[in-house]
Design a protein around this ligand. Sequence first.
Ligand code: FAD
Ligand code: FES
Length: 246
Amino acid sequence: MEVKIVENRKLAGKDFLLTVEVPDIIANKIKPGQFAMVDVRHFSQTDPLLKRPLGIFNIEGKNVSFIYRVVGRGTKLLTEMEDKVDLILPLGNYFIDDVGRYLFIAGGIGIGGVFLAAKKFLQNGKKVKVVYGGREEKDLSAFPFLKKYDIPFLSVTEDGSCGKKGLVTDFISEFKDYRWVACGSSGMLRAVKNLAKKIGVECYVSIDERMACGVGGCLGCVVKTKSGYKRTCVEGPIFKADEVEI
Ligand SMILES: Cc1cc2nc3c(=O)[nH]c(=O)nc-3n(C[C@H](O)[C@H](O)[C@H](O)COP(=O)(O)OP(=O)(O)OC[C@H]3O[C@@H](n4cnc5c(N)ncnc54)[C@H](O)[C@@H]3O)c2cc1C
Ligand code: FES
């Protein structure tokens, strides 16, 4: 589906915000935790063929936003897109709001996978806290959005340049009566999963596995789970932490 780009601007460091306008029927379908496959080719190009997966960061009316970090060719090409972009959305499973307290743990650009759930669940009257970590201040580029929606958060940086100094796992043990929901690097997800297991907390993870088709056809994104191999793009990206191998 080709959609109009409303804005595509730099936030901080290597992070950008892309906002597109989608038809109402699509906007109304989107649930927190889902993602899109974004075509990063410019009009005259045939390469790169594969779309890139991005978590649906926010929705305001018809405007759907993505927060993305430039890590390679595809995301670099995306920064240059101005008028229109082709994408498929919404894809994947989603977070269900069925408990009273949520601790969202976001590692850097992993905020893209959990922000919308934090915003919506807070609006649903639930108790929400976001622990948002990165190496340094510029990794916490969604800071203004957490403030804008009054989402309670704690920032954590490894170098101490913003908020508490340390790793996110240094600051979450006290949230024992919350459901933990994490998105970030596999190292961070593993550490969160192990800590949740140790202290007996229910934990979900959103996995940013590499993807090719994004719609279940290529098996390029499978992860090992207790009930066999699962496709991150269809059965995921959200899994119960104790059921998936990270
Ligand atoms: C469900 C899902 C949601 C995602 N949400 C976001 C998001 O909201 N914001 C965002 O910035 N990124 C997100 N990602 C990751 C994003 O898709 C990749 O960073 C992007 O596809 C890289 O494309 P590229 O062409 O720039 O990099 P490439 O040239 O393809 O790769 C550059 C480098 O990044 C590494 N890399 C590429 N893809 C991944 C990946 N999925 N996980 C870890 N390392 C990778 C490569 O190994 C390589 O070292 C998500 C991924 C998934 C599967
Ligand atoms: S990316 Fe093709 S099956 Fe998931």
